[in-house]
Design a protein around this ligand. Structure first.
Ligand SMILES: Nc1ncnc2c1ncn2[C@@H]1O[C@H](COP(=O)(O)OP(=O)(O)OP(=O)(O)O)[C@@H](O)[C@H]1O
Ligand SMILES: [Mg+2]
Length: 331
C-alpha cells in the first residue's frame, strides 16, 4: 500500500500530539463546560490548538520545501541530457544539503560511467563494422572478381548460343560487386581511414547526389579538422544518417552540407534540405536514427540541434570539439 507523503505523516502525528496533550490537560484541570468561565477556557484552548497547528503546518512546509525541490530534480533527471544538478535551496538543513551533494556526486559518476560504457559499445560496433567491411571487400569481392574474369574468358571461347548468356551472367556478377562495394563503404568507408574526414564526406555527399538524383553541395572552410579519430567517425555517421533521412523522408530538391571551423577546436557541420520537414517534437517511438545521432554527438562531447517544420525543410547541426577543449556555449 502506498503511504502518504512524509510531510503529511509528520503533520498528522503533530496534530494528534497537540490535541492529545490539550485533551489530557483539560481533563486534569477538570474543565467544566457547564459554566461560562469553563466554556471560555475551552474556546481559548481550541483557538490555541488551531494556532499551534497552523504554525506547525507553516514551519514544516518550509522545512520540507528543499526536500520537495530535490525530489523534483531527481524525477526530472535524464542521463541523455547530462549536466543537470540539484541546486541548494533557501533554508536547506544540513541533512538535506548532504543528501543533495551525494545525489549530485552519484549523478556525476553515473554520467561518467554511461559515457564510458556507451563509447565502448560504439567503438566495438565500429570495429565490427570495419571487420565485416574488410571481409566483404577483400574476400567476397575478390571471389566475385575472379568469377567475373572466368566468365569473361569462357565467353570468349564459348559457342555463340552460350556467349550471350555468359556475358549477361558476367554483367550480373559485376553488378553484385558494385552493390557489395557500396555496402562495404556504408559499413566503413575506407576513404575515412585512407584520406581523412573531408575527402570521405565529400565522396559521401557526391555519391548521395548521384544515387538519389538530388543536387547535393558540399563546402568546407579547410582541408583537415583538428578532431580525433572517434570524433571524425561521429561526424561521418551523423552526416550519413542525416543524408539517409533526406533520401527516405524529405522529398527534397536540393541538399547542402557545410563544415565550418576546420582550423579551430570547434567544428560545426550543417546538413540542410529544402524538403517536407517535420515536427521534431512529435516523433513516434521506436525511431533510432535521430536518437542515435544525438547519442553519438553527446559521446563525442558535442551537441546536435535539429530545426525543422512542415514544408520548411530540415537543418541538422552538429557541433563537436577536439578532445581536451571545451564546447563554447550556443550563441
Ligand atoms: N530530413 C528530414 N525530412 C523530413 N522528415 C524527416 C527528416 N529527418 C527525419 N524525419 C522524420 O523524423 C522521423 C524520425 O527519423 P529517424 O531517423 O529517427 O527514424 P527513421 O529514419 O524513420 O528510422 P531509422 O531508425 O531507420 O533511422 C522520420 O520517420 C521522419 O518522419
Ligand atoms: Mg533515419
Amino acid at each position: 500500500m502506498r503511504r502518504s507523503a512524509l510531510l503529511s505523516q509528520v503533520l498528522a502525528v503533530n496534530t494528534l500530539l497537540v490535541v492529545g496533550t490539550v485533551f489530557a490537560a483539560s481533563v486534569a484541570a477538570r474543565l467544566d463546560l457547564g459554566d461560562s468561565a469553563g466554556l471560555r477556557q475551552f474556546l481559548v484552548l481550541i483557538a490555541a490548538i488551531l494556532a499551534t497547528l497552523l504554525a506547525n503546518n507553516f514551519i514544516m512546509r518550509r522545512r520540507f520545501a528543499p526536500l520537495e525541490s530535490l525530489t523534483r530534480t531527481m524525477e526530472a533527471v535524464d542521463l541523455t541530457l547530462p549536466g543537470v544538478r540539484a541546486q541548494a535551496s533557501d533554508g536547506e538543513s544540513e541533512d538535506i544539503s548532504r543528501l543533495r551533494e551525494s545525489f549530485n556526486l552519484m549523478l556525476s559518476r553515473l554520467e561518467h560511467e554511461r559515457v564510458g560504457s556507451a563509447t565502448a559499445v560504439l567503438r566495438a560496433q565500429e570495429a565490427e563494422r570495419a571487420r565485416v567491411a574488410r571481409d566483404l571487400h577483400d574476400e567476397v569481392n575478390q571471389a566475385l572478381a575472379a568469377v567475373s574474369l572466368r566468365l569473361a574468358a569462357t565467353a570468349e571461347h564459348a559457342p555463340p548460343e552460350f556467349a550471350e548468356e555468359l556475358k549477361e551472367t558476367q554483367r550480373l556478377a559485376n553488378q553484385a560487386m558494385q552493390e557489395l562495394l557500396g555496402l562495404a563503404r556504408e559499413l566503413r568507408p575506407s576513404a575515412l581511414d585512407d584520406h581523412g574526414l573531408m575527402p570521405a564526406l565529400r565522396t559521401q555527399v557526391r555519391l548521395f547526389g548521384e544515387r538519389w538524383g538530388i543536387p547535393a553541395h558540399f563546402a568546407a572552410d579547410g582541408p583537415r579538422p583538428l578532431l580525433g579519430e572517434f570524433e571524425q567517425l561521429v561526424v561521418y555517421r551523423v552526416v550519413q544518417e542525416a543524408l539517409s533521412n533526406i533520401a527516405r523522408h524529405a522529398n527534397a530538391k536540393k541538399v547542402k552540407v557545410t563544415v565550418l571551423g576546420c582550423n579551430t577546436a570547434q567544428l560545426k557541420v550543417t546538413i540542410t534540405d529544402d524538403g517536407e520537414g517535420f515536427h521534431p517534437n512529435r516523433l513516434r517511438d521506436g525511431r533510432s536514427g535521430l536518437a542515435g545521432m544525438r547519442e553519438r554527438a553527446l559521446l563525442a562531447g558535442g551537441r546536435l540541434d535539429i530545426r525543422s517544420a512542415p514544408e520548411e525543410g530540415t537543418t541538422v547541426e552538429l557541433t563537436v570539439r577536439a578532445r581536451g577543449t571545451r564546447l563554447q556555449a550556443a550563441a
